[in-house]
Write a protein that binds this ligand. Structure first.
Ligand SMILES: NC(=O)c1ccc[n+]([C@@H]2O[C@H](COP(=O)([O-])OP(=O)(O)OC[C@H]3O[C@@H](n4cnc5c(N)ncnc54)[C@H](O)[C@@H]3O)[C@@H](O)[C@H]2O)c1
Ligand SMILES: [Fe+2]
Length: 297
């Protein structure tokens, strides 16, 4: 059994895989789509954040401090057999953790909705997840502040899980590729990194997925009546920025160093999430995107 946030669940998933596939004893050999033969040891996963949805996904993310990078392992053999998604297990989260992990879940839902592999079935999960998270994240953060868990917390437990049911089947994109890199270099909490980059990634992807972003606006409760597709896509980006600000997520990464941006961009392009992005991005593009969250650039 694994109980905890994404870090604990991901560590348990890696251990469970290695126990039953000892030829992959070095966890680095599992990066990307891992060709393991055996399913991980029987695992019951109990998330305490809302969240990564690691209890239901086929991914786990490992930090390699020696190489200063986080890497993603993708393997259907790592999915836990049982997920116990109980908002009471998340009730001890302080407001900041509630906000950042909730924005991670929103990023999964929006990136999953716009990723290259998105299709009708994954759209159902992602549209509903965007709706649930948009409706419940502010309340969930308020409940964390007051110490009175309620419907916001319940909605977030469900929303993050539904997002996981979607993105685990289709992948993510440039936001997660860049967020993993940021966290590896500056220890930025995963959800904060995802949230800072989300409106920037949406803006970058707008030329190839404006119609999808327009639907994101609808899922987020924006009245798009009379708006053009372009205006509705912009409204989705504005709604994400507003939600992020309402739950006190910073919009720049103070720790970033301008002279490290090229290394960050190269690392992000090597991340397993990068190819899922709907719009091709060059090194220069990724550098420009990182500059938008670097106060020193
Ligand atoms: N496997 C996946 O599909 C997937 C998806 C997204 C992210 N991730 C990975 O998950 C990790 C992030 O996980 P996370 O955002 O859940 O945070 P986390 O697991 O890293 O936890 C953050 C902190 O919160 C504490 N914490 C956890 N639950 C708590 C609770 N209920 N009350 C008080 N404190 C609590 C932890 O002890 C830790 O100090 C990253 O490494 C990220 O890359 C994995
Ligand atoms: Fe994530």
């Amino acid at each position: 059994m694994t109980i905890g946030g994404g870090s604990s669940m991901d560590t348990a998933k890696a251990i469970g895989i290695i126990i039953n596939n000892p030829e992959f004893a070095d966890v680095r050999s599992l990066e990307g789509v891992a060709p393991t033969k055996n399913h991980a040891v029987f695992t019951i996963a109990v998330p305490t954040t809302a969240g990564t949805a690691a209890e239901v996904t086929i991914n786990y993310v490992i930090t390699d401090p020696e190489k200063v990078r986080k890497f993603v392992c993708v393997d259907t053999n790592d999915a836990p057999e049982v997920a116990v998604v109980d908002p009471d297990m998340m009730a001890s989260m302080p407001a900041g953790l509630t906000a950042s992990t909730g924005m991670d879940a929103l990023t999964h839902a929006i990136e999953g909705y716009t990723t290259k592999g998105a299709w009708e079935l994954s759209d159902m999960f992602h549209f509903e997840a965007i709706k649930l998270i948009s409706e419940n994240l502010r309340d969930s953060v308020a409940e964390a502040k007051s110490g009175q868990p309620g419907s916001g917390r319940e909605g977030m437990a469900l929303g993050q899980y539904v997002a996981g049911m979607g993105f685990s089947n289709v992948g993510l994109g440039i936001d997660h590729a860049m967020a993993h890199t940021l966290s590896a270099h500056y220890d930025t909490p995963h959800g904060v990194a995802c949230a800072m980059l989300l409106p920037i990634a949406m803006e970058f992807n707008k030329p190839v997925c404006a119609e999808r972003l327009a639907k994101v606006a609808v899922a987020m409760g924006v009245d798009t009546t009379g708006m053009s597709t372009d205006e509705a896509a912009d409204a989705a980006i504005a709604a994400v920025k507003q939600l992020s600000a309402d739950v006190n997520i910073p919009h720049v990464c103070e720790a970033m160093k301008a002279d490290e941006i090229e290394v960050l961009a190269k690392d992000a392009m090597a991340d397993a999430c990068f190819p899922g992005n709907p719009r091709e991005a060059t090194l220069d593009d990724v550098i420009e995107l990182f500059k938008k969250i670097c106060p020193a650039a």
